[in-house]
Design a protein around this ligand. Structure first.
Ligand SMILES: N[C@@H](CCC(=O)N[C@@H](CS)C(=O)NCC(=O)O)C(=O)O
Length: 198
């Protein structure tokens, strides 16, 4: 399997964390989507990550790719349904995953808008407001002991915030979230995928 991504992308990192956890071998293809128009032949949306399976079929969008990798590796990061008990943790996991992806979306947009000239301040502020409101919401969350796709998505989003926005002091006013995140960063899969220049 080939994963098109790069070392800075929080979305590609989720896939790399799951592959690492499940011992799946990924051939990683470093991709800079904004500078590589030909990448649209693999993902017409022009976004990383994209996963190319051994039979040549392509999966796009990190939630889809993560669920595929979880399935392929026999993982338990996507809690299932149970006919006797409706909520087996699935909706909490998927809800948290959506929140994590939303933080990453807004943080990525904030960083990209900051490269424009002139910087569109109002649009950029809206992205930052999203990041901060979502971090406030996370301070009230009780995270699962055994990580799900929710915890992985949040961990990768926070990693991106720390990598690209090191001056944003989100930790001092959110002690519960920052303590959880510090522990989560100890997973070998998180250590092996710390973001770096793309
Ligand atoms: N919903 C997508 C978001 C992926 C995404 O936004 N990736 C960024 C890099 S971190 C990208 O490829 N941006 C290029 C572009 O938007 O043109 C996912 O979860 O895979």
């Amino acid at each position: 399997m080939k994963l098109y991504g790069n070392a800075a992308s929080p979305f590609a990192r989720k896939c790399r964390v799951i592959a690492h956890e499940l011992g799946l071998k990924l051939e990683e293809i470093r991709t800079l989507p904004m500078q590589e128009p030909e990448f649209r032949r693999i993902n017409p949306l022009g976004k990383i990550p994209a996963l190319v399976l051994d039979d040549g079929s392509v999966l796009i969008d990190s939630p889809v790719i993560c669920e595929y990798l979880n399935h392929a590796g026999g993982g338990n990061f996507f809690p299932g349904m149970n006919i006797f008990k409706q909520n087996n943790g699935r909706w909490k996991a998927l809800g948290l995953a959506a929140l994590g992806d939303g933080i990453a979306d807004a943080a990525v947009a904030y960083v990209i808008l900051g490269r424009e000239n002139p910087v569109p301040e109002a649009a950029r502020k809206r992205q930052m407001d999203t990041v901060l409101a979502a971090l406030d919401a996370l301070e009230r969350v009780n995270f699962a002991k055994d990580p799900t796709i929710g915890e992985i998505s949040i961990g990768c989003a926070l990693g991106y915030v720390d990598f690209r926005l090191p001056d944003l002091d989100w930790k001092s006013s959110r002690p519960k979230l920052s303590a959880w995140y510090a522990k989560f960063c100890d997973y070998p899969s998180m250590k092996a995928t710390v973001p770096s220049a793309p």
